[in-house]
Every structure is written in C-alpha cells, then in structure tokens.
Ligand binder design. Structure first.
Ligand SMILES: Cc1cc2nc3c(=O)[nH]c(=O)nc-3n(C[C@H](O)[C@H](O)[C@H](O)COP(=O)(O)O)c2cc1C
Length: 222
C-alpha cells in the first residue's frame, strides 16, 4: 500500500455522542457500562476476532523509556483493574522500577477508546493462586515454564518441556514469579468517535484533597 492510499483511509464514526450530563459520576460505573456494551457488540458479531477485555498496557523504565503490549483484563472493581503476567518479564521489571502504567482499550465496533492511568501493584499470592488454578492445564504449563521476555534459542525445547509436563499428570503449581497486578487508577478518559470528526472526550481526574475519593470531570477538545 502506498502513502496516498494510507492518507485516504478514514472512517465516519458513529453518531452516539457522549455528554457529561449523561455519564456516571463514577468512572468505574462508566467503565462497566462501556465494557458491557463492547461485549454485547462482539457477541452480536461472532465472526469478530477481537476480545473486549484485550487492553494495551504501557510501562516505562525509571528513565522514561516506554514500552507497550496487549494483556487481558481479568477482573475489575472499584479497587482497580487486574491482569496476570510473569513478574520477571520486561513489563514486570519495568513495573518494579516505575509502577506508573497506562491501560488502553480500543473498541472499534463502538468507535470508543478508553485510557486509564494509575499505579500497578501485585495482588496477593492467594488471589493469584485462585486464578492460576482456574486456568486450563496447557496455560498453566506454559506460564510455569516460560521465561517470558528472555531470549529463546530453540522453541522446540520449550514445546517439548511443556509436553512432558502435561503428560506427567502432576499438579502444576503457580510459580512465584507469575501472578496478577492491580492498576489503581487516578485518571480515566472516555473517547467517543463522532460525526464529522466531532469526537467527544470526557476525562475523570481523582481529587485527593478530600478524605473521600472524588472525581473531577471535564470535557476535552478532541
Ligand atoms: C490478545 C493478546 C492477549 C495477551 N494477553 C496477555 C496476558 O494476559 N498476559 C501476558 O503476560 N501477556 C499477554 N499477551 C502477550 C503480551 O502482549 C506480551 O507479548 C508478553 O506479555 C511479553 O511482554 P513484555 O516482554 O513486554 O513483558 C497477550 C497478547 C495478545 C496479542
């Protein structure tokens, strides 16, 4: 594809405006509404390969060098957003030196983007065990044996190790270096694509001056 063809690629977005008057004062509730709608959209289009709970996690080193990758949201509550990974992976190492992260959802069927920023902390070992033990055995074996993000000279050796572990029939326990993080947000931004590029952006910023958590809500220029 040449540059001119790329320049011409653009879509008219859905006429489904987002208004401060109609949104929840609580960003977690608003997230729940949008997440449910994203799931409904995908359920209505079974051929759609996207996963509504796929999100881009961005981390940065202590020197501010950023990196991004997709992970799956596994639960959310007013305490935050939980995903699971290898604590010794690149993302895990970056979080250990700088725990400020961002999460990004792009639900293209609804023309919606959601940005979340906050601090990531490890969840309890008991919670990680609970999720690990609920996973399919193949996923457990892969997580237990993967040195995620480290150099792998021979994939066959990794595949053989997984096969051997699966065939051994032994219980696969969660390795200590694998578990969940919860991202506790201080910022949310809901973006709704609009007609004629008149997009809506509504930002929620945490107001820490009060003892009770309050969210300041404002509209941003698109
Ligand atoms: C749809 C999708 C879902 C993924 N889910 C996860 C996940 O939940 N946890 C995870 O560690 N990696 C997941 N990955 C792989 C990551 O994107 C990434 O390759 C891996 O975590 C290593 O990242 P790092 O080297 O930056 O730490 C997923 C990838 C895709 C495309």
């Amino acid at each position: 594809m040449n540059r001119t063809e790329l320049h011409k690629m653009r879509k008219e977005y859905s006429p489904n405006p987002l208004d401060i008057k109609n949104i929840s004062p609580d960003p977690f509730t608003q997230f729940g509404l949008w997440f449910t709608e994203a799931c409904q959209q995908l359920n209505a289009n079974p051929s759609e390969l996207s996963e509504a709970n796929a999100m881009v996690l961005s981390t940065a080193t202590k020197d501010g060098i950023p990196s991004s990758r997709v992970v799956l949201l596994k639960s959310f509550s007013p305490d935050g957003f939980v995903f699971f990974t290898n604590y010794n992976s690149r993302k895990g190492e970056e979080i250990s030196e700088n725990n400020m992260v961002s999460l990004l959802f792009f639900w293209h069927n609804n023309m919606r983007q959601l940005r979340i920023e906050g601090a990531a902390v490890k969840i309890s070992q008991a919670e990680s065990d609970l999720y690990f033990n609920s996973r399919p055995r193949e996923s457990q074996a892969s997580s237990a044996l993967s040195l995620q993000s480290k150099s792998l000279a021979n994939k066959q050796i990794f595949d053989d190790d997984i096969k051997e572990l699966l065939e051994s029939g032994q219980t696969i326990y969660r390795p200590e270096n694998w578990g969940g993080y919860i991202v506790n947000p201080h910022y949310f931004e809901f973006w709704q694509g609009g007609l004629r590029r008149s997009h809506d952006r509504i930002a929620y910023s945490i107001n820490t001056t009060n003892i009770e958590i309050q969210w300041d809500i404002q509209r941003l220029y698109p």
